[in-house]
Write a protein that binds this ligand. Sequence first.
Ligand code: T5A
Ligand code: NA
Length: 213
Amino acid sequence: STESNAKPRGALIVVEGLDRSGKSTQCAKLRSFLETSGHTTELWRFPDRETSVGQMISAYLSNKSQLDDHTIHLLFSANRWEKRSLMEEKLKTGTTLIVDRYSYSGVAFSSAKGLGIEWCKAPEIGLLAPDSVVFLDISPERAAERGGYGDERYERVDFQTKVAGFYQTLRDSSWKIIDAGESMEEVEKKIQGVVLDKVKECALGKPLSLLWS
Ligand code: T5A
Ligand code: NA
């Protein structure tokens, strides 16, 4: 068949969790693990603060600008749409992407402010669905004890508790819940097993799908 010469596709791995759950730490570790295991891998993050939309988001998050809740929601979504075609191209040409936050952050954070969840999901429809969502599970209280908490707009325990509730409603069979309260090394090991299986499944031809299906 024509498939036999095609390069195995990369996996779309999304890492989610409350602020300070350890996402960026684990994404970096996972990237070097996959590279060492022989898989071409890139680390992406949302918001991608490098683009012009991303700079507006960054100013908002650091309280340097004010925006209506609906407006900032759509900017976060636009920031994912501007990377969509490159994302598809990378995956189809065999690069695995580890993505630090994605549409689930978008929906959970805006819903926690009081916007309707269906309204929040609508602009995400048609983005690529992750092959696996690694959810770093930690209580808002424990997360708050970690370094740097409190510098940005959403870093308050009461707000993070609401976010945690909306993450729960978004959970589906592609999610793996990892206890993020353990040591960095323990968390790292648990993620590796889950992700390596998924990378192999994708290389064997698991089809790409779209949000929210
Ligand atoms: N947002 C985002 C939306 O509202 N809508 C959207 O669509 C999107 C995409 C910025 C904000 O934007 C919101 C959500 C956010 O509030 P960001 O830029 O990803 O998002 O936020 P950051 O501030 O960069 O990252 P986080 O606060 O989410 O932290 P991480 O990445 O979860 O945690 P990390 O790895 O930086 O670790 C935090 C601290 O804990 C320590 C680390 O050394 C570090 O000091 N640590 C541990 N300590 C003990 N044990 C462990 N196992 C540890 N793991 C890490
Ligand atoms: Na981070």
